[in-house]
Design a protein around this ligand. Sequence first.
Ligand SMILES: [Zn+2]
Ligand SMILES: [Zn+2]
Length: 113
Amino acid sequence: MTVLTTHRPTTHLADYDKLGPTHQAHFNSFMEKADNTVDATEYAFLMAAAAYSAGIPLPLSGEIAKCACPHCYCSAIFDTAAPGLCIVETSTYGLPLIQCTDCTDEHPAPIED
Ligand SMILES: [Zn+2]
Ligand SMILES: [Zn+2]
């Protein structure tokens, strides 16, 4: 796998688009189940499984997300505890949909209240 170096530190752990179709399907399925569960132990397990599907170690925060940018098609997968993220909205299950740092820098979603 090629390691891309960028001009500034990035918090991106993986790129969804770079995963194979099987891994994408597993990742989606685990993330969807994590979004639907109210059980903390199951949630932690599903997050670990999603990270494994994306080929990355689960960050210390125990939580990863795929960029939910409403302005562009972005496939960054990142640690939800990383600094500089922007919460776009909250899902029906109360989990935040988050923009990655690049999107937050370039075109932050308007904060609704
Ligand atoms: Zn993004
Ligand atoms: Zn974006």
